[in-house]
Every structure is written in structure tokens, then in C-alpha cells.
Design a protein around this ligand. Structure first.
Ligand SMILES: *[C@@H]1O[C@H](CO)[C@@H](O)[C@H](O)[C@H]1NC(C)=O
Ligand SMILES: *[C@@H]1O[C@H](CO)[C@@H](O)[C@H](O)[C@H]1NC(C)=O
Ligand SMILES: *[C@@H]1O[C@H](CO)[C@@H](O)[C@H](O)[C@H]1NC(C)=O
Ligand SMILES: *[C@@H]1O[C@H](CO)[C@@H](O)[C@H](O)[C@H]1NC(C)=O
Ligand SMILES: [Cu+2]
Length: 214
């Protein structure tokens, strides 16, 4: 029993400290790990400094701290969307694997969402599920039929050629990995990783104290 409780606590630790961070387009605000299971990572007001985003040939990139995950994008053309009801599916959900930075195409012009047009303000909400919870980050953009994404914005996949989605996905059981900090994570989120490590260490000492009391 005692071991079971400790194992349970350790299990929650590894799950809670592994999420995702949107890299591009720039998210509404700095990543807040604890708020990521809520609408727009807890940011309920649209940013006024919007990223100019291409109607066709766009992409979004994120850093995944989960080994197996599902991701999709929903979009709203409301000036300040406040509810999931204001969003429509722009990129259908698909499953993929790998930790680190990943980049996926998004073509809003062919998404079939009402109101998508040149000059329109929109909010992209990335919906990510790595097995612990559905997680959300938002980016506020202005759509443009002429803009292209600067070549200084990187678009790469941690696994090189891109771990494909539709492939025979093993069992569907996304087992939580036993460690949250993987050497494959890129340097892009050292702060977030450091936080994960720090909070992990803090929780470990709590677990140790708890174990000592038994
Ligand atoms: C888009 O958003 C910006 C910043 O919030 C605002 O100043 C501008 O008027 C909006 N444009 C349209 C077409 O609604
Ligand atoms: C908007 O401004 C904030 C605060 O200066 C900054 O952190 C963020 O990166 C900016 N967003 C964009 C899309 O430029
Ligand atoms: C957003 O969704 C809320 C809740 O359903 C609704 O009341 C509101 O009218 C919507 N806003 C827009 C701009 O569609
Ligand atoms: C990354 O992999 C996905 C498939 O999982 C693919 O659609 C995408 O084009 C790849 N991105 C790059 C930059 O190769
Ligand atoms: Cu997570």
C-alpha cells in the first residue's frame, strides 16, 4: 500500500510536468503550465499586437514534452473570442509521436471556416493531448493573402523527416514516460524545463517527507 501511494504520487508528478509550448505563431502570453488545461492557457483577452499570418501556406510549431500526442487547431474570427463555441476546426486532429519541436502546415484558405479572408483578425487555438489532459494555447493573428512567414522562423521536426500521423499507431495507450525531461528537448524552452525540474524536485522532497512519515 505504501509503495502504491508513492508510485501514484510519482506517476502524477511525471504527468503533470510534461505539456507543450506553442512556438509559432507567438502565443498570447508566456506559457503557464498550470493553466494549459484551460481555454487559451488561461489568457482570456486577445492580444492587440497580432502576428500577420498567411491565408495559404502557413505553419504552426510547438515543443512537445510528451512522447505520443494528438494535436489539432481550431480557429475563430471573432475579435475577442471568449468561448470554445466561437471556434471551428481548422486542422483536424491527428496523432503523432516524439518529444521536441515539431512544425505542421496550416492552410486556412481551404479550411472551409466561415469568415476567413484577407485582413481578418483571427485567433488560432492549438489543442494538444499528450495523455494527461487536453491542453490549449492561443495565438492572435491578422490574416493576409500576400504575407509569407519570415525565413527566420524555424520550421523543423525533432525527428527529422516527420513522424507521420496516419501510420499504424501502436496501441493507442499513451503510457506516461517515467521522466519528464528528455535529452531530445531542444534549447527553446530551457525556462520551462528548468521550472519542470524545479517543481519536480520540490514534489520529490514532499514525497520523500511523506514516505519518511509512514
Ligand atoms: C484587428 O485587431 C486590431 C488589434 O486588436 C485592431 O486594432 C483592428 O481594428 C482589428 N481589425 C479589424 C479588421 O477588425
Ligand atoms: C506582443 O507583446 C508582448 C509584450 O511586449 C510580447 O511578449 C509578445 O511577444 C508580442 N506578440 C507578438 C505576436 O509580437
Ligand atoms: C462566442 O460564443 C458565446 C457563447 O456561445 C456567444 O454568446 C457569443 O455570441 C460568441 N461570439 C461571437 C463573436 O460569435
Ligand atoms: C513534420 O511531420 C509532419 C507529420 O507528422 C509533417 O506533416 C510535417 O510536414 C513535418 N514538418 C517538417 C518541417 O518536415
Ligand atoms: Cu502534459
Amino acid at each position: 500500500m505504501r509503495f502504491a501511494s508513492i508510485a501514484f504520487l510519482l506517476g502524477s508528478l511525471s504527468v503533470a510536468s510534461a505539456h507543450f509550448q506553442l512556438q509559432f505563431p507567438t502565443p498570447r502570453g508566456v506559457f503557464v503550465e498550470d493553466d494549459e488545461p484551460t481555454f487559451c492557457d488561461g489568457y482570456t483577452t486577445a492580444a492587440t499586437n497580432r502576428t500577420t499570418f498567411p491565408l495559404t501556406g502557413g505553419f504552426f510549431s510547438l515543443n512537445s514534452e510528451h512522447p505520443t500526442w494528438t494535436v489539432g487547431v481550431i480557429v475563430s474570427t471573432a475579435q475577442n473570442p471568449s468561448s470554445f463555441n466561437n471556434f471551428s476546426q481548422a486542422v483536424p486532429f491527428f496523432e503523432t509521436t516524439g518529444e521536441g519541436v515539431f512544425c505542421f502546415p496550416i492552410d486556412l484558405a481551404t479550411s472551409g471556416v466561415n469568415g476567413i479572408a484577407d485582413g481578418v483578425n483571427a485567433t488560432l487555438q492549438i489543442v494538444f493531448d499528450g495523455g494527461d489532459d487536453k491542453l490549449y494555447q492561443c495565438a492572435d493573428v491578422t490574416l493576409s493573402s500576400t504575407a509569407t512567414i519570415s525565413s527566420s522562423v524555424s520550421c523543423t521536426n525533432a525527428t527529422g523527416t516527420g513522424s507521420s500521423s496516419a501510420s499504424s499507431s501502436a496501441s493507442g495507450t499513451s503510457t506516461a514516460s517515467s521522466t519528464s525531461v528528455s535529452p531530445s528537448a531542444t534549447g527553446a524552452n530551457n525556462g520551462a524545463l528548468a521550472n519542470s525540474v524545479a517543481s519536480g524536485a520540490a514534489l520529490l522532497s514532499v514525497v520523500a517527507a511523506f514516505a519518511a512519515m509512514l
